[in-house]
Design a binder for this molecule. Structure first.
Ligand SMILES: *Cc1c(COP(=O)(O)O)cnc(C)c1O
Length: 247
């Protein structure tokens, strides 16, 4: 396993190293490296850090806090346009990955391209109602509490199929798949267990006729295990931008 250094001063070098890690993990699993997408988790980091990643070719970014994200989305767009990159020919993709409060669903529906942290049908219904008609359908993942931790967010695995059917029928959403944040483990074998359970759940949706294509599992410390078990998307913050101030 790769350990995560504590000081990562260079976003572009970190991204190169990370993309190599992803490629290596995919090949080791006998998979095409292009079948794993990287979402750069930029929560708590500045628009300048995001611009650095953008200049290295990174397009998808993940944010956890609505107010912080909305301000940054605007700031990054302004800087990118000023630097001559076109938001139309080369669009950025913003993923909301944090806990969703009901009073924030409108801002999320208006500003994001993906929401990975939907854990209740009620929230999905609000997002569908509030998604502007001028925007394409909002891409949605259901967050699953795969380690069944009492303190953790997410749908119980045994509720997933029913909620997935309900969400996939909502008009302004497009259900793309599942997301999870398992309990952290240092041991790769332990890391793989919940990811394997997620892959099983994902395959059940497919077998039940729900056209999902995205399994978002794996972060800085466990992306190799996630890719080995079938991740099509990894969400990585620390290994790109460095350690966050705890908040
Ligand atoms: C912060 C966060 C990440 C990134 O975690 P790192 O360990 O910094 O890579 C991924 N997913 C979610 C939902 C997060 O909140």
């Amino acid at each position: 396993m790769c350990s995560v250094p504590t000081l990562l001063p260079n976003v572009q070098a970190n991204l190169r190293r990370l993309n190599k890690r992803i490629t290596k993990a995919a090949r080791a699993a006998g998979r095409d490296p292009s079948s794993v997408r990287l979402v750069a988790v930029s929560k708590t980091f500045s628009p300048a850090a995001i611009i650095e990643a953008l200049q290295a070719g990174q397009r998808a970014f993940g944010e956890n806090y609505v107010q912080e994200a909305v301000a940054k989305i605007e700031a990054v767009r302004t800087i990118a346009v000023a630097e001559g990159s076109s938001p139309i020919t080369d669009p950025l993709e913003w993923h909301f990955i944090g806990p969703i409060q009901s009073n924030k669903t409108r801002a999320i529906a208006e500003h994001f391209d993906w929401v990975q942290s939907v854990e209740r049908l009620k929230v999905a219904e609000r997002l569908s109602t509030q998604r502007p008609d001028s925007a394409p359908p909002l891409n949605v993942l259901l967050q699953i509490n795969i380690s069944a931790e009492a303190s953790k967010a997410g749908l119980a695995p045994d509720q997933t199929l029913a909620v997935a059917h309900a969400v996939s029928s909502l008009p302004r959403l497009r259900l793309r798949g599942l997301m999870a944040i398992p309990e952290p483990h240092d041991d790769p074998a332990q890391q793989r267990r919940p990811f394997a359970a997620m892959k099983q759940l994902f395959d059940q949706l497919v077998a039940d006729g729900i056209p999902v294509d995205t399994l978002s599992i794996g972060m800085s410390a466990d992306l190799e295990a996630a890719i080995a078990e079938g991740a099509t998307m990894v969400r990585v913050g620390t290994a790109i931008f460095g350690e966050r101030d705890t908040r």
